[in-house]
Design a protein. Structure first.
Length: 114
């Protein structure tokens, strides 16, 4: 299973961005997919999750601004990020969990400037 996050970029504070997690070699709909991020000099932190059944949960810091959704036809999971803040600047990673095994993808950089 290979996961790849994409869609990162540089935006101004208050703007929106959508990043995606794509899978090759497996069907992403069977996985719980988590989003994590890591800012420079900080530990990786949980951002959002979506289960195979579609249940979602978010870190308090992004609640109400970020939303995670599946596109099963495209075999991707999107993370829609609205009202971005400078503190959202980080490398964002997606991770897939299935049957006790976790897979990580390469991250995508999101930079939010004031």
């Amino acid at each position: 299973v290979q996961l790849q996050a994409s869609g990162g970029g540089s935006v101004q504070a208050g703007e929106s961005l959508r990043i995606s997690c794509a899978a090759s070699g497996s069907t992403l709909s069977a996985f719980t997919v988590d989003w994590y991020r890591q800012a420079p000099g900080k530990q990786r932190e949980f951002v959002a999750t979506i289960t195979s059944g579609g249940s979602t949960n978010y870190a308090d810091s992004v609640w109400g601004r970020f939303s995670v959704a599946r596109d099963n036809a495209e075999n991707v999971v999107h993370l829609q990020m609205n009202s971005l803040k400078t503190e959202d600047t980080a490398v964002y990673y997606c991770s897939g969990l299935i049957q006790g095994s976790r897979y990580w993808g390469r991250g995508t950089q999101v930079t939010v400037s004031s």
